[in-house]
Design a protein around this ligand. Structure first.
Ligand code: ADP
Length: 483
């Protein structure tokens, strides 16, 4: 089968521009578009969250499905010219806010029910049926919320093949056996080689154990997750399935993240007009009440506030460097203890450290454009998007050498073997506050060497992160399965 007649059902739990909690949404918003442009017939399927239904024009009714866990209606909407099937049920359509969490940052208590129901709907739509005008050849599932799909489809003859993409292995959708039984999910799947996971049932393990192909969102993360350090308990199974496991680096949305046209930033600029980037720095400093000073290095952070992201390391490193001349603009949401510590820092140094808590798309663009260095000392990072956005904006990332960060950022050595022609940022070798503070000092010193800095910025801005490149790898994987 060649790509022009491949039909892909793309199942996901978030989708830019409609519903986003992190990078998963951006990938799901971009990859299907790139597949479509490459000639693949792709349809997306997404829960019909209230926040989505409030945003889109009334979707067209498609069908009513009676599933083991309840009855859902399927409606059709569109993003550009891609069909998006919305799975509507009270558990999605009558709940405002975040798709997974309550306002108090706790997972919704019925998440297992919600995503089991969603997975049943995906399977029902994917299964061959005589009266459908469209038949999926492959169901492409993403993260634990769709992990049951490959497992459930494995019980059906003639079911389409499945791809399972791991965007973050640490979020697993694990539930007690009692809860599994309450959901009346198939007993035969609850085996050691199936969904059973250390005395629990694991949704993500459904994807890992049953999919025809597994991939992660960077080559290095694909390697890392077969080790004890990064495997989150799944390393044995992943090693066992290594033959069908690969890593495909995410692309980024080059239109949304383009300093030449970005409507959110004060002044548009390009690699040839990098002096204009300074206007964005001054604008950001003004907006955040930082001292307006082009010569002070401004570090930027846009992140979930989570241990994964090394926010504690940033706090610690800043405490070590408090007598140095630098500024920090941090935008984040999440862990309240981290927020508290960050607030103490910004209260102590209001003219140098600005912390903004919440989710703010526009400000995230302003930080990418206005910062000099983007801090991302993640303990693990499946791919990471902000280091690639940073490259595009001539903002040099300072990262830990893990996952997609290792695959995209080339450290400026700054020594006699100087690699000025290739370097596009700064890399530390482990998630450690001392190393991070040294990395920050190195960046501050490099910033004073204007010609080197400009060269590194230009290297960064030349990187090609187009989705077309990533999509071509996915298409090869689909063709491989279909063959
Ligand atoms: P993850 O998915 O692990 O959170 P990624 O780097 O893959 O990390 O993607 C995070 C995405 O979410 C990026 O597009 C980033 O700009 C965005 N983001 C994270 N936190 C915020 C925030 N507080 N406000 C605006 N955008 C944010």
């Amino acid at each position: 089968m060649n790509k022009t007649n491949l039909h892909i059902l793309f199942a996901c739990s978030e989708l830019t521009p409609w519903v986003k909690t992190g990078g998963l949404a951006d990938v799901c918003g971009s990859l299907p578009q790139a597949l479509k442009q490459a000639g693949i017939d792709v349809r997306i399927i997404l829960p019909g969250y209230k926040s989505v239904l409030d945003k889109v024009p009334p979707p067209e009714f498609v069908s009513l499905l009676k599933l083991p866990l309840g009855t859902v209606t399927i409606c059709r909407s569109k993003i550009d010219d891609i069909d998006v099937l919305l799975v509507n049920h009270d558990a999605f359509t009558n709940r405002a806010g975040n798709p997974y969490m309550s306002d108090t940052d706790r997972p919704w208590p019925d998440n297992a029910f919600r995503f089991a129901l969603f997975s049943q709907a995906v399977c029902e739509i994917a299964k061959p049926s005589g009266n459908s005008d469209w038949q999926a050849d492959i169901v492409h599932c993403n993260d634990w919320q769709t992990g049951l799909v490959p497992a459930l489809l494995s019980q059906h003859a003639n079911a389409p093949a499945t791809v399972f993409t791991i965007h973050n292995l640490a979020y697993q959708g694990n539930i007690t056996i009692a809860e599994y039984n309450r959901l009346h999910l198939p007993e035969e799947l609850l085996i050691q080689d199936g969904l059973e996971f250390w005395g629990q049932a694991s949704f993500i393990k459904g994807g890992i154990a049953y999919a025809d192909r597994i991939n992660t969102v960077s080559p290095t993360y694909a390697e890392e997750i077969t080790s004890k350090e990064f495997g989150c308990g799944m390393e044995g199974l992943l090693l066992h399935r290594r033959r069908i496991l690969s890593g495909i680096l995410n692309g980024i949305d080059l239109q949304t993240w383009d300093p030449q046209t970005d409507p959110h930033i004060a002044t548009n600029y390009s690699a040839n007009r990098l002096e204009l980037k300074n206007e964005n720095k001054l604008d950001l400093q003004k907006q955040l009440n930082l001292t307006a000073d082009p010569d002070t290095v401004l570090f930027g952070v846009i992140s979930r506030l989570a241990v994964q992201k090394g926010i504690d390391l940033i706090i610690n490193a800043i405490e070590q460097l408090h007598d140095q001349n630098f500024q920090l603009a941090l935008l984040g949401s999440g862990d309240s203890a981290l927020q508290e510590q960050l607030k103490v820092l910004s209260d102590a140094f209001p003219e140098r450290i600005a912390t903004i808590f919440g989710f703010d798309e526009k400000l995230s663009h302003k930080i990418e454009a206005g910062a000099d260095v983007f801090l991302m000392p993640s303990r693990y990072e499946p791919c990471g998007l902000n280091q690639m956005y940073s490259h595009r904006y001539g903002t040099l990332p300072l990262v830990n050498r893990v996952g997609g960060l290792a695959d995209t950022v080339v450290d400026y050595t700054g020594d006699a073997t100087s690699n000025t022609k290739d370097a596009n940022g700064f890399v530390i070798d482990s998630a450690d506050a001392e190393l991070l503070s040294r990395g920050m000092l190195k960046a501050i010193a490099c910033f004073d060497d204007k010609s080197t800095w400009l060269q590194l910025q230009q290297n960064a801005m030349m990187a090609d992160y187009s989705w077309a490149e990533s999509a071509s790898h996915y298409i090869r994987m689909y063709e491989d399965i279909a063959a």
